[in-house]
Every structure is written in structure tokens, then in C-alpha cells.
Design a protein around this ligand. Structure first.
Ligand code: GDP
Length: 366
């Protein structure tokens, strides 16, 4: 009860959960992200979905519209201010982010190909998530490839399963059950999410499975709503907004006219123009003044190539492109810290490096 009261009081202060999509190559991570962005959104009217640096931001109202059909029965009251989904699933160069991504996100979607079952990178991701204690859901993707699948575009998955023939259902059930056995072999208890008992939901090690199609959209509403539910019910403490800067480098890249830029994810706190920030490079920590904080323009129509909006201040959770001098060797996946008025630069440098060492230790034992 006390928990519930506290939760009610702090509801207004929740930040967006950061979601990452992981899994083996070709399981459909990129398509799923695409589909999540477009479900129930008319072509060209992607209202409430903003492309950010390294992430896509979904407003609360968008989450509500995108899950409206399913929520007619679920009746879930959404209090999250929105959701931030990291955009890196397609980058195979992001092998590191697969592991680092799992430590910077609040909740993950692990995509498994229904036709192939568990594959190498899926198993790796599984163990990383487990080790970090990051909650995740399994998207058992490509259900539309079951023989004779009848498409129910973008509908809740249970509605779609209702209209399938016995043969199709049988194939689906048998493949889903194979996946469950394979998960069990990895020490992971799981079940199709609506078949989970109350005990399973309270067991934090139990993993819900959501059958999806990233092409025809069945189950995408389910994934979104489930992520919202898990975030609010299990992660609200962690999602209470906090002014301490928590910032991670997603990518370092050269941009015409801007030089080397560092794409960062600010999860908590603020980054401000003029801040003295400490970044990690292979040669050790460096201090650089933040000369610019850029985000893409808010709507697609306005998008002109290489045009950005400049900000004086960024509040997490948000993706932002940072400009500064000497950022060439900054490493992706490393933390960023700001030197405050009362801080000693050397202390902050040491702190950043110890953070990094901890991260590397974790990675080397994965
Ligand atoms: P990624 O490597 O995990 O990002 O996988 P992609 O999103 O690039 O998808 C790999 C291939 O699988 C592409 O040819 C997709 O069109 C296909 N694919 C992805 N999701 C689905 C799905 O739900 N159903 C079907 N039939 N094909 C899919």
C-alpha cells in the first residue's frame, strides 16, 4: 500500500523509459522498429512520433492511439510521459552497443524469429540482459510466415489468432512451444504473455512472449502496451526523473560542416551549452566544452538535410548531437559527465574512467 501511495505521488515525475531492441541478425529488429513507428499512423502524419538523435520518441498520446484497440479490453491507465526507443538495431557495427545498449536501457525487446528459434546473438543478448537485471519481453516475430496465415493488419495478436485455421494455429503453437523449450534450456522461464499466471507476473525472472509480425503488424499493439505496463508497474522507481546527469555516447561521427560530433543519450539530468564535459577515449579521459547541442527539427516536413535545431539546454530522456573540439577519439557506449562548479576536473575524470572500467569488466565477463 505504501508503495502504491508513493507511486501515485511520484507519477508526475516519471521520465520516459528507454527501450532497446535486440536479437540475432535478420530476426526483424529493423522492421519491427519501423512498424512500431507506423502502426495506426496515417502515411505522412506521424504525429507524436519524433525522430531524435539515435532514438525515436513516442508521445504519451501516440502510445495511447497506437494501443487503443487492445486497450479496449486491457483498460490500462497510462501515466508515462512517453517512450524512447533506441534506433540502432540495424547497425551491425554496433556489436558493442548490443552489450552496452543492454546496460543503458530500462527495458528491452528481444526479437526471436518464430521460424528459426533461438540463435547465437539472441542467446548472447539473453544472457547480457539477465546479467544486468534488465527486464525484457520476447517478440516472437514473423508469425505471418505460419502456413496459410490470414493477415489482420496491425491488430492485437489474440484477435488475429482467433481467425486462423486449425492448421495454422497448430503450426504456431508447436513453433512457440519449441521456442519456449529452447528458452528453458537457457535457464529462462517464459510463456505467451496472456497465458501467464499471477505468480509468473510477480516473478521478475519470468519472461513474457508476444507473437508479432513486423510486416503485417499483428501483435505490435501488444508489445507497446506490455512495455508500458512493465515500465509503470515494475520500473517506476528507476523511472523517477532525477537531476543527476546520466548520459551515454551512442555514436561518434563526422558531419559535413560540423566536424566530429558525438551522439548522446541523455537519460537523466541536463546537458547545457558551455558545460565542461568529460568524455572517454582510447587514450584516456578528455575534457571538452560543449559548443552545441543539436536535435533534428520536430516534424518531418521541416526536415532539410543536415539542418538541426540548436538548444541551450537538453533535459533527459532525450537523444542529442553534441559538438565540441577534440571529440575524434570518443568511444561509443561510454559515459559522459559534466564538471560542476564545485567539482575538481581530475575527480570527474577519475569517476568517468572508473565507470568505464566497470563497464569493460562487465563486458569481458559476458
Ligand atoms: P534485422 O537484421 O533483425 O534488423 O532484420 P530486418 O528487420 O532487416 O529483417 C530481416 C528480413 O526479415 C527482411 O527481409 C524482412 O523483410 C524480414 N522480416 C522481418 N520481420 C518479418 C515478419 O514479421 N514477417 C516476415 N514475413 N518477414 C519479416
Amino acid at each position: 500500500q505504501e508503495e502504491a501511495n508513493l507511486a501515485a505521488r511520484t507519477r508526475d515525475d516519471l521520465r520516459c523509459p528507454v527501450v532497446v531492441i535486440m536479437g540475432h541478425v535478420d530476426t526483424g529488429k529493423t522492421k519491427l522498429l519501423d512498424k512500431i513507428r507506423k502502426t495506426n499512423v496515417q502515411e505522412g502524419e506521424a504525429g507524436g512520433i519524433t525522430q531524435q538523435i539515435g532514438a525515436t520518441y513516442f508521445e504519451k498520446s501516440t502510445l495511447l492511439t497506437q494501443t487503443a484497440k487492445l486497450n479496449e479490453t486491457e483498460k490500462f491507465e497510462l501515466t508515462l510521459p512517453g517512450m524512447l526507443v533506441i534506433d540502432t538495431p540495424g547497425h551491425e557495427s554496433f556489436t558493442n552497443l548490443r552489450s552496452r545498449g543492454s546496460s543503458l536501457c530500462d527495458v528491452a525487446i528481444l526479437v526471436v524469429d518464430l521460424m528459426h528459434g533461438l540463435e547465437q546473438q539472441t542467446i548472447e543478448s539473453l544472457h547480457m540482459l539477465r546479467k544486468r537485471g534488465t527486464p525484457f519481453v520476447i517478440a516472437l516475430n514473423k508469425v505471418d510466415r505460419c502456413y496459410n496465415w490470414v493477415t489482420c493488419k496491425d491488430s492485437p495478436i489474440r484477435d488475429a489468432l482467433k481467425v486462423q485455421s486449425d492448421g495454422t494455429l497448430q503450426e504456431f503453437r508447436s513453433r512457440a512451444s519449441d521456442a519456449k523449450v529452447q528458452l528453458q534450456e537457457q535457464g529462462v522461464n517464459s510463456n505467451i504473455y496472456w497465458e501467464m499466471g499471477d505468480d509468473d507476473w510477480t516473478n521478475s525472472d519470468f519472461v513474457p512472449i508476444v507473437p508479432t509480425s513486423a510486416i503485417t503488424g499483428e501483435g505490435v499493439q501488444d508489445i507497446l502496451l506490455l512495455l508500458c505496463q512493465i515500465s509503470e508497474r515494475k520500473l517506476w522507481r528507476q523511472l523517477m526523473w532525477c537531476a543527476n546527469l546520466q548520459c551515454t555516447v551512442l555514436e561518434v561521427k563526422a558531419i559535413d560542416g560540423l566536424g566530429m560530433t558525438v551522439d548522446c543519450l541523455v537519460v537523466n539530468g541536463y546537458l547545457r551549452e558551455g558545460d565542461k564535459a568529460v568524455f572517454c577515449t582510447l587514450d584516456g579521459p578528455i575534457v571538452a566544452e560543449i559548443r552545441g547541442l543539436l536535435t533534428p527539427p520536430p516534424s518531418r516536413e521541416m526536415r532539410i538535410k543536415s539542418e538541426y535545431i540548436h538548444h541551450k539546454e537538453i533535459k533527459g530522456a532525450l537523444g542529442v548531437k553534441v559538438i565540441g573540439n577534440g571529440l575524434e577519439k570518443v568511444m561509443a557506449g561510454t559515459p559522459v559527465m559534466v564538471v560542476g562548479p564545485d567539482d575538481e576536473v581530475e575527480d570527474i575524470k577519475a569517476e568517468v574512467m572508473s565507470d568505464l572500467t566497470r563497464l569493460q569488466k562487465k563486458l569481458s565477463t559476458d
